[in-house]
Design a protein around this ligand. Structure first.
Ligand code: CS2
Length: 453
């Protein structure tokens, strides 16, 4: 197996999703082994290396299946940046992909590079020793240009709308500061396809390790699990000499936007709504929340009556797609923790719910129901802050401070990194959120689940 892909962020989602597709491609084309890069946290890479890249993918659904994957053949952890740099210069590497979560791209609330972000400030000061994915892509591409080699493709696999365009714009804005010639070269030579990635993948825990050991006899430290469903749509701008993604079932499309928006707004929007409402009610997993008929009916109404209208017209059959997603949420085998979905709300709400709300406001549709999950997020932040419980979020310190204060709802809505002015300053939206917050504080988290309540 050779190495043709370098991947930053080899967490559970990457290993359950992209690596499973690449593992299929590798059956007939050995050029596309993946180098796993995790320069900040050693855990996964060390374990992957110790297992020689081999681990188990447990498919937990109507049927349970186990698949052994072995798509990674190089491993880079903290302190191994030189090796990564050398590999990025290797012309056999054609794809540099990433799953570093939304916050890993160092973007501002408007989706452009945050030049004041500590990692970007660091990388601009020491561009030969970057810490951010943006800095790494720019350095790798600079080395390629200097060596007269073709550019590699930057493939973002995180849940952001227009993820490739955002990554491209971020890399260009960063390079422009260092070397405008380089920025022009990257703009002309490197592809940054948009992509939509989808498969529900809970975090790995000891229960999964025990299940895998019992069922396969392999004492795997880093198994991953996911549902049977998986999809990957990549914008069809890959240069010649890229892996044959289509041969593994990846859809190559001219315009990924319709898929991205539908997936983020319906699946992820509903997920985050279930997470905050479900946690306030006292549920633990998505399947538990879906077994709560009042909550499930609320989320279904949210999707069908509020989210889908924001996506129309669409080339997709959105009502059918929504039905499939609701069925996937009911999968009892997967044990997907609401707390995991609740992480990083400040990064997720904009793509998942606030874009829908902005469009509803612009079209004069009601935002009463859409305001309920936002109110639930506010009450979740408030509850965590008052209980001195952790908030996992890049804005955690600020959220905890505001959440413990007198005017948590107003002050959270004033955070422009999350709520754009044209949403937060719209009185219809503000009134709807503040009224839901006060009803839910007085009557409990179910106060706004039923219509006309
Ligand atoms: C979830 C996603 O953790 C979360 O926030 O909404 O990871 C979700 O499971 C995936 O996007 C499904 O493709």
């Amino acid at each position: 197996m050779q190495t043709g892909i370098v991947h930053f962020g080899p967490g559970a989602f990457h290993r359950a999703h992209q690596a499973a597709y690449i593992d299929t491609i590798l059956q007939s084309d050995p050029r596309w082994g993946i180098a796993a890069v995790s320069l900040r946290s050693p855990g996964t890479v060390e374990a992957l290396k110790a297992q020689n890249g081999r681990y188990t993918l447990a498919i937990l659904d109507a049927e349970t299946r186990f698949r052994t994957l072995q798509a990674h053949n190089r491993f880079f952890g903290p302190g191994e940046s030189e090796g990564v740099r050398a590999l990025l210069r290797d012309p056999s590497v054609r794809i540099v992909s990433s799953t570093v979560t939304e916050k890993g791209y160092c973007l501002s609330g408007d989706g452009t590079l945050d030049l004041g972000h500590a990692d970007i400030v660091h990388d601009l000061a020491t561009p030969e020793d970057p810490v951010s994915i943006v800095g790494w892509l720019a350095l790798g591409l600079k080395d390629r240009r200097d060596a007269g080699l073709p550019a590699f493709t930057g493939l973002c696999c995180d849940n952001m709308v227009s993820n490739g365009k955002k990554l491209r714009a971020a890399v260009l804005a960063y390079s422009e500061r260092l070397d405008p010639e380089l920025a022009r070269w990257i703009a002309d030579e490197a592809a940054f396809p948009d992509s939509m990635v989808d498969s529900i993948t809970p975090a790995t825990d000891d229960r999964l390790r025990a299940l895998v050991a019992a069922e396969t006899g392999y004492d795997d430290i880093i198994p991953v699990s996911r549902e049977a469903y998986a999809s990957w749509v990549i914008e069809d701008v890959l240069p010649e000499g890229s892996p044959d993604f289509a041969s593994a079932g990846v859809v190559l499309a001219k315009d990924v936007g319709a898929w991205e928006r539908a997936k983020l707004r319906i699946l992820n929007g509903a997920h985050s709504s279930l997470a905050y409402l479900g946690l306030l009610i006292g549920h633990e997993t998505v399947a538990d929340a879906m077994a709560d008929s009042e909550l499930a009916a609320f989320v279904e109404a949210l999707i069908r009556s509020d989210i889908i209208p924001s996506l129309e017209p669409s080339p997709l059959d959105l009502q059918a797609y929504a039905g499939e997603i609701l069925d996937r949420f009911r999968n009892p085998a997967i044990g997907h923790k609401l707390a995991q979905i609740a992480w990083d709300g400040s990064q997720k709400l904009p793509y998942r719910l606030l874009d829908t709300i902005r469009e509803a406001l612009e079209s004069g549709r009601s935002v009463d129901r859409l305001a309920v999950p936002i109110a639930a997020w506010i009450l979740f932040v408030r509850r965590q802050a008052h209980a001195s419980a952790a908030i996992v979020d890049p804005l955690a310190a600020r959220l905890t401070e505001i959440g413990a204060g007198e005017h948590a709802a107003e002050d959270l809505l004033a955070l422009r990194q999350i709520f754009p002015a044209r949403v937060a300053e719209d009185s219809t939206f503000r009134d709807a959120v503040l009224s839901a917050v006060s009803a839910m504080r007085q009557e409990g988290p179910r106060a706004r689940l039923t219509p006309n309540a």
